[in-house]
Design a binder for this molecule. Structure first.
Ligand code: NAD
Length: 260
């Protein structure tokens, strides 16, 4: 379905972004992957995408907190592949603390990576999409884009902002063949969440597995994590022709978290 198209997935060296990249590659898209991590492991992932799916994959080390690096990454993708057709804004970080204890540099980093980076990627990629009259922008928000929890002030503010940004871009691009939607996952067991489970286990004296069940069942009526592959499948759907008239929407995939 996406054969001949190019997808750029930010933060695709781990977790949800990696699963989305693999799902889009399986559907035929060439890929620009991005994110931090061990150089050899990233190269293995890049080469594996090419081998497993018969597509072309490149890697950009651009830091999503740096607007100039983001602009260069979009330009490099357009130069290498001729276009950015599917843009998935996925890179994200977390920090957990009450607002009075929240380090200012963590607030700035979370707003930059979880919110502003999407402004910068879309700003740079959307002119080409509009010109070609085809584009799919998928922003990985969160249940925390729709509802709040304590101790996550920056994350909740950034993700609510990302849902708002999604709606505005959708309206602006509505008649240019470009859609913009948000995916709002509940708990997905990735390194980002494993850190929160470890902290919880340490504080409560529980084992990792006990803390894991406590974490998920506190928020979700369905006491199960979504898998990164579940999120990848939804991204593929939003990139498909079947989703051509879906825009400005926020798709919850959260085991019932925000139904309450
Ligand atoms: P993860 O920690 O496994 O992956 C995060 C990715 O972002 C990694 O590839 C990392 O290298 C990259 N990254 C971090 N800072 C970056 C920067 N400055 N520049 C470029 N890349 C950077 O986390 P994940 O759980 O897969 O999260 C992916 C997205 O999904 C995030 O936006 C997160 O907020 C969102 N999300 C996660 C969950 C969950 O339960 N895991 C739930 C809802 C939303």
């Amino acid at each position: 379905m996406l054969k001949g198209k190019t997808a750029l997935v930010t933060g695709s060296t781990s977790g949800i972004g990696l699963a989305i990249a693999r799902a889009l590659a399986k559907d035929g898209a060439n890929l620009m992957i991005n994110g931090f991590g061990d150089k050899a492991a990233i190269e293995k992932e890049r080469a594996g995408l090419e081998k497993d799916f018969g597509i072309k994959a490149r890697y950009s080390a651009a830091d999503m907190s740096k607007p100039a690096e983001i602009a260069a990454m979009i330009a490099e993708t357009e130069k290498e592949f001729g276009s950015v057709d599917v843009l998935v804004n996925n890179a994200g970080i977390q920090h957990v603390a009450n607002i009075e204890d929240f380090p200012i540099d963590r607030w700035d980093a979370i707003i930059a990576i979880n919110l502003s980076s999407s402004f910068h990627t879309i700003r740079a990629a959307i002119p080409g999409m509009k010109k070609r009259k085809w584009g799919r922008i998928i922003n990985i928000a969160s249940a925390h884009g729709l509802v709040a929890s304590g101790q996550k002030v920056a994350y909740v503010a950034a993700k609510h902002g990302l849902v708002g940004l999604t709606k505005t871009v959708a309206i602006e691009a509505a008649n240019d063949g470009v859609t913009c939607n948000a995916i709002c996952p509940g708990w997905v067991l990735t390194p980002l969440v494993a850190k929160q489970i470890e902290a919880r286990a340490q504080q409560s004296g529980q084992t990792f597995d006990q803390a894991k069940v406590a974490l998920v069942s506190e928020k979700q009526p369905m006491h199960e994590f979504s898998s990164p592959e579940n999120i990848g499948a939804l991204a593929v759907f939003l990139a498909s022709d079947a989703a051509a008239s879906i825009t400005g929407s926020s798709y919850s995939i959260d085991g019932g978290w925000t139904a309450q």
